[in-house]
Write a protein that binds this ligand. Structure first.
Ligand code: HPA
Length: 273
């Protein structure tokens, strides 16, 4: 059997008796949203350390566990902490949790992240719903022997971010007076932030926000036929647009400051799914 698939199966086997329900939504929490689960009706938690061979993040502020709970009546599995490619994990490990959550039964993948804003209309603290992405600067997680059990060798990518979910998020934002931008997110590998010249280049490529996660997870989920949506919290203006040097602390602070409104937007969106 494909060794990448075998590893996901091994993770699933090691925790399947601790999963309290079949989740409908798999929610990945980006920087600043770590406390989202406090708003959920939590039924169980599984520490990443207790999952066989599970990749564990080394980034400060990215502690790791799956949290199972209800958002209103919707069963959700939530990832508090994710691994990034820049931590040195193979890309198949970066998307392993996404595959695992699909194996748990999740139909919808809701991705959140922190990003830098390129679009001149955007301000730090804005939320941007992903309508599409650019993946060409990050390694494709489907490289290697195809996992036929999960999906096809050459998946279509014409509509990665589900239109029906986009409409529901748009409505949730509008009904709750939350400003919502819509645009294209680009994942780079990091861990260094971009140079101003790189940001200028990305601007010419119609990129609206830039970050170090999300797209590879969306590619793996699309491969498996999940419905996908994503919201990025614009934590800073990108390099060369921002007047000050970028720091991880600034990103975390901005994420924290945006968290109450972000939490509201996520909750109201999930309630409508
Ligand atoms: N660049 C890349 N990743 C980021 C940024 C940025 O400006 N802000 C938050 N994550």
């Amino acid at each position: 059997m494909n060794s990448v698939y075998e590893k996901v199966l091994g993770c699933y086997e090691s925790i399947k008796d601790k999963i309290p329900f079949t989740p409908k939504v798999a929610l990945v929490l980006g920087s600043g949203l770590g406390n989202y689960a406090d708003t959920m009706d939590v039924k169980a938690e599984i520490d990443y350390h207790d999952i066989k061979d599970f990749p564990i993040s080394t980034v400060p502020g990215h502690a790791g566990k799956f949290i199972f709970g209800y958002v209103d009546k919707v069963p959700v599995v939530c990832m508090k902490g994710r691994v990034h490619f820049y931590e040195g994990y193979p890309i198949s490990d970066v998307v392993l949790p996404t595959r695992l959550m699909k194996m748990m039964g999740a139909e919808i993948l809701f991705l959140t992240n922190a990003s830098g804003g390129l679009n001149p209309e955007y301000k730090a603290g804005d939320f941007m719903m992903l309508t599409d992405h650019i993946s060409i600067f990050a390694p494709n997680p489907l490289i290697g022997q195809n996992i036929d059990e999960l999906g096809t060798r050459f998946p279509d990518m014409s509509q990665v971010y589900d239109l029906d979910l986009q409409e529901k998020i748009r409505k949730a934002a509008k009904d709750n007076d939350i400003k919502l931008q819509e645009g294209i997110y680009c994942q780079l590998t990091g861990p260094s932030f971009e140079s101003p010249a790189e940001i200028k280049l990305l601007g010419k490529l119609a990129v609206d926000t830039v970050g170090m996660s999300t797209v590879v997870e969306a590619i793996a989920a699309n491969h498996m036929g999940m419905k996908i949506c994503g919201i990025s919290c614009v934590c800073n203006l990108a390099a060369g647009i921002s007047e000050t040097p970028l720091t991880h602390e600034e990103v975390q602070e901005a994420g924290k400051a945006a968290a109450p409104l972000f939490t509201k937007l996520i909750t109201e969106s999930i309630k409508s799914f």
